[in-house]
Design a protein around this ligand. Structure first.
Ligand code: FAD
Length: 377
């Protein structure tokens, strides 16, 4: 019988894991990749779609395009995970495996922020699409980009949203009649990278974007159009761009794998407290930010470790906690932070100034994943 790997979730983590295993082991392994969705969407594509740079259909990378030796994609919803027996139940059947990889990402808990369900958020494709439709009517008043809880995916994304909103309003000739306020629970936009944070704060200053540090949005009063912050202060708004509270999906929290909201895993082996059961990406607590580039790096390291075990080869180097993240600065420029979360005494983020050259870099990043994961050129 071929060695079996069951990967739950076909996002950054699941896609990279399946790709590396297929590249290394081809048909000699049996990888099953399960996701409830029929397509993958890059997180940053939601911002592009929201501000009219692309369409919902263009950003969907359909799993039906996946064709990799040794890999079978199944579109089903996972309803139960038993980490003791490595058995997974879905709405379509039951799966047993030798190695189980949890890559189910983060879910949004709208109920944790009273009023948010009736307001707008931009972290789901549906929320971003809704905001895209609502934006043309926004011509005056205050827009709040408001984070409702931490940790949240892609720490730069709220700053990117504020800067892209500025460009959008300038292009429409209504920026002078609008105010942009960014509410974040950190002291600076990207705490591990003081240089990137300074560059973002400078960009906010230049564009008159107000940055409210160390605050979360606790609730929204839709009737009064007021956001209530966690210190009780209130901010009126015309448009709200929310970042919801995140938690591991319910099926994971019910499985016994989680400790509180997330799944603890060993930072170098990515193993949970169950032998042969691993967690990568946003679902895991590894002391590393929740971003696609980290999920991908963790999955790559894990796939090489699994492949090496199966081949009886030397184990590879453990996961090193490094990744590069792109930051949209607006005005046709992109910056980059090269983050190192594990090897230094403190997390470090080396910042590369925003430029037009890095726009091409970011495009190449997306294109290379489309090609590697989906065979799309
Ligand atoms: C607006 C925005 C901008 C972003 N920008 C960037 C960026 O520029 N760079 C970057 O690196 N990251 C960015 N991110 C973050 C990035 O998208 C996530 O960190 C990344 O997708 C995490 O990968 P993952 O594999 O852990 O989970 P995901 O990619 O979220 O994949 C999890 C998968 O599990 C599936 N799933 C969940 N529950 C079930 C179930 N019960 N049954 C079956 N399937 C299930 C989901 O459908 C999903 O496909 C951004 C995110 C947002 C929201």
């Amino acid at each position: 019988m071929k060695p079996r790997v069951l990967a739950l979730g076909a996002g950054f983590g699941g896609l990279e894991l399946a790709t590396v295993l297929s590249e290394r082991l081809g048909d000699s392994i049996d990888v099953t990749l399960i996701d409830k969705a029929d397509a993958f969407v890059f997180g940053y594509s939601k911002l592009d779609m929201m501000f009219g740079r692309t369409t919902p259909d263009a950003i969907r990378l359909r799993y039906s395009e996946l064709a990799k030796p040794g890999v079978r994609f199944v579109q089903e919803t996972i309803t139960a995970i038993d980490p003791e027996t490595k058995t997974v139940t879905t709405d379509g059947g039951t799966y047993e495996t030798d190695e189980l990889v949890i890559a189910l990402g983060a879910d949004y808990d709208y109920d944790a922020t009273p009023g948010l369900a009736e307001a707008n958020e931009f972290y789901s494709p549906e929320g971003a699409e809704h905001l895209r439709d609502a934006l043309p009517a926004f011509t005056k008043g205050r827009a709040i980009v408001g984070v409702c809880g931490a940790p949240f995916k892609c720490p730069p994304a709220p700053s990117e949203c504020a800067l892209m909103l500025h460009d959008y309003l300038v292009e429409r000739g209504v920026r002078d009649d609008c105010e942009i306020v960014l509410v974040m629970p950190f002291t600076k936009p990207i705490p591990p990278s003081p240089d990137a944070s300074d560059a973002l704060l400078e960009a906010f200053d230049e564009r008159e974007i107000a940055f409210v540090a160390q605050r979360k949005v606790a609730s929204l009063d839709g009737d009064r159009r007021v956001a209530v912050l966690d210190d009780g202060s209130e901010l009126e708004y015309e448009m709200f761009f929310g970042v919801p509270v995140h938690r591991a999906p319910r099926v994971v929290r019910d499985s016994g794998l989680a400790d509180g909201d997330w799944v603890p895993a060993d930072t170098s082996t990515l193993q949970t407290r169950y032998a042969g059961v691993y967690a990568v990406g946003d679902v895991a607590t590894l002391g590393i930010p929740k971003a696609g580039m980290f999920a991908e790096g963790e999955a790559r390291a894990l796939a090489h470790a699994i492949a090496a075990r199966i081949e009886g080869a030397e184990p590879p180097r453990p996961y090193d906690g490094t990744a590069s993240c792109y930051i949209e600065f607006g005005a046709g420029r992109v910056g980059r932070v090269d983050v190192d979360f594990l090897s230094a005494a403190r997390p470090m983020g080396a910042y590369h100034r925003a430029s037009t050259a890095l726009v091409a870099d970011k495009q190449e990043f997306g294109a290379s994943r489309r090609a590697r994961w989906f065979g799309l050129r």
